[in-house]
Write a protein that binds this ligand. Sequence first.
Ligand code: TRP
Length: 360
Amino acid sequence: MSKIILTGDRPTGKLHVGHYVGSLRRRVELQESGEYDKIFIMIADAQALTDNADNPEKVRQNIVEVALDYMACGLEPAKSTLFIQSQIPQLCELSFYYMNLVTVSRLQRNPTVKAEIQMRNFEASIPVGFFTYPISQAADITAFKATTVPVGEDQMPMIEQTREIVHKFNSVYGETLVEPQVLLPNNQACMRLPGIDGKAKMSKSLGNCIYLSEEPEDIKKKVMSMFTDPNHLRVEDPGSLEGNTVFIYLDAFCKEEHFERYLPDYANLEELKAHYQRGGLGDVKVKKFLNHVLQEELEPIRNRRKELQKDIPYIFEVLKRGSEEAEKIAAQTLKEVRDSMKINYFADTALIKEQAEKFK
Ligand code: TRP
């Protein structure tokens, strides 16, 4: 069986370093690994509309931002198919059929949707489209027969629900769809990178993100203002790593070679952590190191993004070609789905004959 990746993001803002360590960096590695037969990267504008119904312009404006971030990070149109969700009408039809295979109570149990409903104060009036987006996400994944879905931990319930839908579809209509596997980030810090204020999630509204397109001075300012251990007041005090944003970022970003370049007194992160915990290591020194690490990682991305920004029509051309290719694949899957469901009535000579017999 071929190995196929599908993943994507809602275009509701520029992408930040949380997206980067949580998924983008991995996608590029997967792209370069040569292990996959096909890679689909989707800009989930239709899904973004499910909780931005009043603000379609925000979604529209951010399509290019996300595409630029993708390509700046190293996703290449020649190796990965980049496309826009709303340009693939087959996804709607698949969702419509899958809706019959999922109960309302099952949707209500989806922990990510539950948390999002709370976060958006939707309790009193949940948009139907938002409530059912896990079903449309199952359509996104299955339309491309994805075997592998690299996402953050918060997306696990969606993949679980997709697997259930696939299982149900195949048992009702016969083996048609492929059950996908989730591929999670490989370290805990990458799973959920906190905001610079130490809050659980980076979000634009909290103003606690470092964006991929951020300028060097702003990166530095943000790093120097990061939340650390509030009880680590004097340099000689022992410091705690628990919830210490600077160290969480180092876990996500730093490699041993960074020590050689920027902090040769230590061989690796373990030594730095041990010193911090013992006492005698100040926050400023650690922050300066993190700043070097982040600057090194983000500089090439920012520069590539600036290059790409010079030719925006090309970005649209890439997305158009990707969407055309994606639509062909989705159309093929939809055909198979309709065949399995036996709703291709007009091509079904056996049905026509049988019905004619019945009324003889
Ligand atoms: N739910 C994802 C997010 O919020 C976006 C998304 C839509 C997606 N469809 C998908 C991710 C299919 C992986 C597979 O970022």
